[in-house]
Design a protein around this ligand. Sequence first.
Ligand code: ZN
Length: 430
Amino acid sequence: MTATFGFRVAARDGRARLGEMTTPHGLVQTPAFMPVGTQGAVKAMLPRDLIEVGAEVILANTYHLYLRPGDERIARHGGLHRFIGWDRPILTDSGGYQAFSLGERRTIDERGITFQSHLDGSTHLLTPEKATDIQANLGSDIAMVLDECLGYPATRDEAAASMERTLRWEARCRRRFVELQERNGQREADHGRPSGQRTTTDDYPLPAASCPSTMLGAALSAPKGCQLPAVCVTNPGQAQFGIVQGGTHIDIRVASAQATVELGFEAYAVGGLSVGEPPDLMYETVGETTPILPDDRPRYLMGTGTPVDLVEAVALGVDLFDCVMPTRNARNGQLFTSEGRLNIKNAQYSDDPRPADPRCGCYACRHFSRAYLRHLFVAGEITAATLNTLHNLTFYLDTMKRIREAIAFSSLEQLRHDYRRVFSRRSVNS
Ligand SMILES: [Zn+2]
């Protein structure tokens, strides 16, 4: 097991990069798509299924795992990888997005996000420090900072205020992350940073306006060398990504990107997109942001997207993606195919002997007809979710493979054209 995070660009096609991301749990070929394993499981999939479809990294949700079964319990079981039986890389989000979207009676202030659990109504305060601690307990390979998720549309003033709060939260997350690493005795290693990058808590003064000392709890004032209570760094090689915010206001995005890079993280994400804005506005925002992010670090576009989004964003210099679309749509009977989207529940497939996608090599397409897949779906069989998810994840991960090959052969432009043509239609049936 390697202990450091790293990234190497092997080839380029325009702004697109073919790369290799190193994590404590192995390599990820980029551009990469991360299937979403919300509660420590990708719905309807076993880890062996994920390996078969070619997943090299998955995403897990901090909010859900914190509430149930609890990050401290997962730490006692050796961290998330051991707990869920997945020994490849894992990225965890900060929990902020779900706390805001699922939590009840949630409020945001400078301390963090106060919310009531959607499970039992209990009240919780998710601070930047808490989000960092939870992810240390989980031991993901990549932890995300707590950011404020802004809806669309947002005024310029709203976007600026939200972006600035996110920056203050990011500084607190970084400080906590470095402190945990120091206490764990891991900071002597370079940890994959470029020389000159800041690596001690002294390099991360708390923003004066934002952080009364009580907010940070007793743990921060504990003597050096003291293990923080209830926090166990289960993955000493964990990396932390900063997040660029700012809505669709380009100048605010640019300021956010510059300031986030200045804070110094292992890599950077573009957040707060795919929240209802038109696709072209999303592409424009991404396209103006990626050039500001360091060339030698992976770039992660959070929560996106459709197959066309993947190809378009790669062409703008994005390396990592996650989205619930392939798994959620599979459970709703919508399949992604080389000919466009296909709704397996439609009556026209009742006697169709063809596989879901004749060009797909997945287990579902090798063994079963559209007629059988439709029957399983209509009958409400659990197997429908499994087979449809196997197929959709195969389509997404094959798309990433095609993207990587296209970059290697400088033919990404042709692939963009092909995907736009196929997915401009609403579905195969229409
Ligand atoms: Zn298939």
